[in-house]
Design a protein around this ligand. Structure first.
Ligand code: ACO
Length: 334
């Protein structure tokens, strides 16, 4: 463990992982009553990547691959990490945390390891927590990985959710930096638990809200009030970005990339219109990967990073919202 001297935080490397197997809108239209046209118009999604259990692919494998890629990018080994934070709603087991098993897989012991559950906000929550821990000077390096295999948690016959999700992991390695102004310069972690019935994964019948008729979908699969979540997300996306700009005194021109959770193209475009965000500053990959929940923002970050679109000295904003309901922002001086 590092000496307790306050410091800045640097992103030393990024990584991501997606399965090879593609699920197109045409594939879904052959399984449920939907169409490529409806899905494209309402969500912007054309295809998504899904785990292939026949090849032995699991959520744990996906998350571990994402973190390994980030370690490689940083030129570091698992043994260089003081802590592993994994964000997910689709972890393999309640105990142990996936973080412990990911840490073991990259040989990070005795690094601490824990999971965060914040649905689609998971990666942004984890980045904010990790930045705060490194910044105190107590931890030198933290591996953050957001990963969801939502295709293991949706009922494939429920068209209201089956069309939305893909499986992915996004990861980053955060290390201490002498420049105190480097790293997360503004962050928010928010939730309104009163709204939880808008989006939840029940384990047993008694988890269902008392006034709710069961949809008939099996336990362990996602229930979502799409219209409620949509309204919430459209409002929050704009609010969270505007609040981050006000709090930091920055304008849209000062930000090089707005790295947004990929939930629905219409939700992102609404924020772009209302705030006046130029398309070249708002990365979109939902057409190819769908909504990968806790994997989404980290996947975007890695793809931007590898494309050379996030450079030293630039400022980026990461934003997400999700089940809980939760919402979160993270402004970084890279
Ligand atoms: N294919 C064809 N028709 C469909 C489908 C489908 N897959 N799904 C619903 N419909 C029908 C509905 O039955 C409805 O028919 P009706 O008018 O005859 O009643 C019609 O299409 C419109 O349905 P809406 O639910 O109003 O469609 P909407 O435009 O709201 O789009 C969607 C639905 C895409 C789910 C949207 O509400 C949405 O994106 N919500 C936000 C979801 C989200 O972001 N979740 C986030 C986080 S997930 C996490 O945190 C783990």
């Amino acid at each position: 463990m590092a000496k307790q001297v306050p410091c800045g935080v640097r992103i030393a490397g990024c990584g991501s992982a997606v399965p090879d197997k593609r699920l197109t809108n045409a594939d879904l239209a052959a399984m449920v009553d939907t169409s490529d046209e409806w899905i494209c118009q309402r969500t912007g999604i054309r295809e998504r990547r899904i785990l292939d259990p026949d090849k032995g692919e699991t959520q744990l494998w996906l998350a571990t691959t994402g973190l390994r890629n980030a370690l490689d990018d940083a030129g570091m080994a698992g043994s260089d990490l003081d802590l592993v934070i994994h964000a997910s709603v689709t972890s393999e087991m309640a105990c142990p945390s996936n973080a412990c098993r990911i840490a073991a897989a990259v040989d990070a012991q005795p690094a601490g390891a824990f999971d965060i559950v914040a649905a689609c906000c998971g990666f942004v929550y984890a980045m904010n927590v990790a930045d705060s821990l490194v910044r105190t000077g107590r931890y030198r390096s933290i591996g953050v990985v957001g990963c969801d295999a939502m295709t293991t948690a949706v009922d494939p016959t429920d068209r209201s959710v089956a069309i939305l999700f893909g499986d992915a992991a996004g990861a980053a390695i955060l290390v201490r930096d002498d420049d105190l102004n480097r790293g997360c310069i503004h962050q928010t972690l928010n939730a309104d638990g009163r709204t939880w019935p808008s989006l939840f994964i029940p384990r047993k019948p008694s988890d269902l809200p008392p006034d709710r008729e069961d949809s008939g979908a099996r336990m362990g699969t996602l229930r979502m009030d799409g219209r409620e979540v949509y309204k919430f997300a459209v409002g929050k996306f704009r609010e969270v970005i505007e609040d981050a700009l006000t709090a930091t005194g920055l304008g849209v021109d000062d930000i090089s990339q707005f790295v947004c959770h990929q939930s629905n193209i219409r939700i992102i475009e609404s924020a772009m219109d209302k705030i006046g965000l130029p398309p070249e500053k708002v990365y979109i990959n939902i057409d190819r990967f769908g909504n990968s929940s806790a994997g989404s923002v980290g996947l975007c970050l890695d793809q931007l990073w590898k494309a050379g679109k996030i450079n030293e000295g630039e400022t980026i904003i990461m934003v997400a919202f999700g089940g809980g309901l939760t919402w979160s922002s993270s402004v970084w001086k890279v």
